[in-house]
Design a protein around this ligand. Sequence first.
Ligand SMILES: NC(=O)c1ccc[n+]([C@@H]2O[C@H](COP(=O)([O-])OP(=O)(O)OC[C@H]3O[C@@H](n4cnc5c(N)ncnc54)[C@H](O)[C@@H]3O)[C@@H](O)[C@H]2O)c1
Length: 354
Amino acid sequence: MALGVGVAGLRFGMSWARVFDAYAETDLVAVCDLEPEKRDMAKQQVGVDTAYEAFEELVGDERMDAVAVFTPAPLHADHVMQAIRAGKHVLCAVPAAMTMGEAKALVEVVSKSDRTYMMAENWVYEPTVVRARSLYEEKKLGKIYYAEAEYIHGLKALRHHPDGRPTWRNSLAPLLYPTHGTSPYIHMTGDRFVEVTAVASSGREAFQEGYEADWMQTALFRTENGAVFRLMNSFQNVHGMSHFLSFFGDEGSFETGRFREARTVGYYSIGDKEEVTREVCSHPELPQFSDALGKGHGRTSMQIVLDFVVAIQNGTPSPVELMLALDMTLPGIVGVQAVGQGGWVEVPNPRSWV
Ligand SMILES: NC(=O)c1ccc[n+]([C@@H]2O[C@H](COP(=O)([O-])OP(=O)(O)OC[C@H]3O[C@@H](n4cnc5c(N)ncnc54)[C@H](O)[C@@H]3O)[C@@H](O)[C@H]2O)c1
């Protein structure tokens, strides 16, 4: 029987509702959003009959086995815990948490439950990252001793509600959204960031326009395996949207293109060679879904849904289970602390909280 799924948060969450609606192994039984227009839109576009205003009502729906949490990031931890306590499996948007207190509470609740948790981090599934991981697993890169990630995304249009009130994004410290940068390296190597130092900078006040966060935050991490990692995040800038990743191994190196090419164009050198190979990387074929459902970024959502469902069906940990999700998230929370206090700050191991 198909798994009953509910989706909460119907902006980014709408694309996930479409995937759950289209997949034969899942049945989209309800959606939830505070805004009536979003609920009506979902009823029209995905043909779902039940649309709740309150998250509490959604998780109380007995037809539902799993909940997909795509509400604003400051609500993730609370919504995940409510869903787990209601006996639901949870797929949650990034980041897993925004504060150390939320992260500890999540560990307390999720680790005592037999429900599946997965953080919906698409960068683990982007074609260049999958290619880098295959080279790493084939031992072509050797030990990675240095890596970098950049995420540059001007999000002005999403910083205010239509009535002018600021959204959570208007005051989002860039490092609190670290997982697109941290996840590829952590997922690939199993390494953990143990210490962070970080700095911030901004453009001139005249261009601030009520923005309440640093324009750019840059963190340096030391890892358990002795590597160094640089993460740069910016959500206010005059720069095209861009991602960038690079991995320096002692037997080979890999880096992505920049801007939108980061997802699909990889460059690598293997062995003692000056030669650089440029490769266009593609998503796998996904016969479970029609091409009309989405290309590019959307294909990563489909793979996440497939893996989430397999983990539930087999009772196995999901590919981005809570501890891994926190290994990707906590370095950013501590990074913001490091911006404020300076010096090196320890990143806790969430496994020590169990
Ligand atoms: N590539 C990615 O992985 C990616 C991309 C975009 C967004 N995200 C994440 O997905 C989440 C959602 O992003 P977004 O851009 O749609 O955010 P958003 O703030 O633009 O929209 C969130 C939606 O949730 C609704 N909502 C707010 N509070 C709610 C509540 N208590 N109960 C039910 N609904 C509620 C809002 O009305 C809105 O429709 C965010 O946490 C963001 O970090 C991830």
